[in-house]
Design a protein around this ligand. Sequence first.
Ligand SMILES: Cc1cc2nc3c(=O)[nH]c(=O)nc-3n(C[C@H](O)[C@H](O)[C@H](O)COP(=O)(O)O)c2cc1C
Length: 183
Amino acid sequence: MKIEIPKSKASRLVNAGGVILVTSSYKDKNNIITLAWHTPISRDPALLGIAIAKSHLSYELIKKSEEFIINIPSIDILKQVVFCGSISGNKIDKFKESKLTAEKAAQLIKTPIIKECIGHIECSLRDIKDIGDHGLFIGEAVYASAEEGLFDETWQINKTKLIFHLGGDLFTTNTEKINIPKY
Ligand SMILES: Cc1cc2nc3c(=O)[nH]c(=O)nc-3n(C[C@H](O)[C@H](O)[C@H](O)COP(=O)(O)O)c2cc1C
């Protein structure tokens, strides 16, 4: 037997994807937003999509600067991840308040990476699709990096724990690696 899930909660059936922190910057304003809605959409060119609500400051900053960085947090900074997803950068300086460190990116001009994150994808904005109450920002990866020892073809999940969002206030993390060769 299957139970009906309200349409407003349908996204939670597919959610459980890794949580990311997206940094943006325009003029003197640096910002961080927590996102659960994101996906790779093309291998060559390497394109990634992130969905940002139109009301968020990050929407404006990325639209104006035409660049953004996907930072991958580990479970060690879960509290800061929730903080950056709870309050708008319109009201505070999230780098200062969360005690996360802004570091110069390898390729992008203005937007900083978050030093405490274990991976980074620097993206140049290719397009914004107006979709419902969110904008789908399509970024082309211009540079990607990961903490040495934690990434070898894939995340080494015996060495680090990623954050997955179940919805609302609930999160989970990885437990075991399962290797099943393709048929
Ligand atoms: C775990 C988690 C996941 C979130 N995922 C998204 C998302 O995918 N898209 C979005 O627009 N907001 C998402 N949010 C909400 C924003 O992070 C939040 O509203 C943030 O304060 C907006 O920041 P800004 O106004 O500084 O850009 C999420 C929040 C949390 C805690």
